[in-house]
Write a protein that binds this ligand. Structure first.
Ligand SMILES: [Mg+2]
Length: 219
């Protein structure tokens, strides 16, 4: 038997609503191809999955020689700029948000990204109106994920007790934050394997189109 529909649904942004990984890998692949290491976005993802930019530099230099000074800073700025200009959506994600809101369930977004960047992503995804003032950046709380602060704030903004909320997350720190807040967590297994998300207390799923059904809403 599926549980009753939640009192609110609290969404992570990157990897859940915004397909940021795809854009970052496309940019990295483009840059490395220019530097003499031809690769596709898929190859970039395979090569650098889960690596922060500073950790990528020695690996790249081993292949193409010394990088121009400030290369990492430049590509980081380029990624931020691209993201605010045009944010690709995770397939089915915006449709799922609209379906949940249309069912009368409050929705909120809670992200470890900065306030300005997050607001730009919401506008770019066409979700600024549906999330309205229930948009929380790490800058809005004392402690970022994996601390529960941001999900507690999001639940409060929806007027719901955390135990009656469902969090939708795709990363281990995010799942930990949602569980620490006392929420049921659905783990979108795209970049992180389902078993890893489950080990941290999430119920894994891999298709955004299935989300309304998982929340007990009529399909
Ligand atoms: Mg995420």
């Amino acid at each position: 038997m599926s549980p009753p529909p939640p009192r609110a649904v609290l969404f992570d942004c990157d990897g859940v609503l915004a397909d940021s990984e795809m854009m970052v890998n496309a940019l990295v692949a483009e840059q490395l191809t220019e530097l003499g290491w031809p690769m596709s976005a898929a190859e970039s993802r395979h090569t650098f999955l889960g690596m922060a930019l500073p950790d990528m530099v020695p690996r790249i230099e081993a292949r193409v020689g010394p990088l121009p000074p400030g290369w990492a800073e430049e590509i980081s700025a380029l990624i931020a700029h691209e993201m605010t200009r045009r944010t690709p959506a995770v397939p089915g994600a915006t449709e799922a948000v609209h379906a949940i809101a249309a069912a009368g369930i409050p929705v909120s977004v809670a992200s470890n990204s900065g306030r300005v960047e997050l607001a730009a992503k919401m506008r770019s995804l066409g979700l600024a109106t549906v999330f309205a003032e229930r948009v929380f950046s790490f800058e809005d709380v004392d402690r970022p994920k994996p601390w529960p602060d941001i999900y507690l704030a999001a639940a409060a903004a929806c007027g719901a007790a955390p135990a009656d909320c469902v969090v939708v997350e795709d990363s281990v720190p995010g799942v930990r934050a949602g569980r620490a807040a006392g929420c049921r967590v659905l783990g979108f297994a795209r970049e992180t394997p389902a078993g890893v998300l489950a080990a941290h207390g999430a119920e894994p799923f891999d298709d955004m189109a299935a989300l309304p059904g998982l929340l007990g809403l009529p399909g």
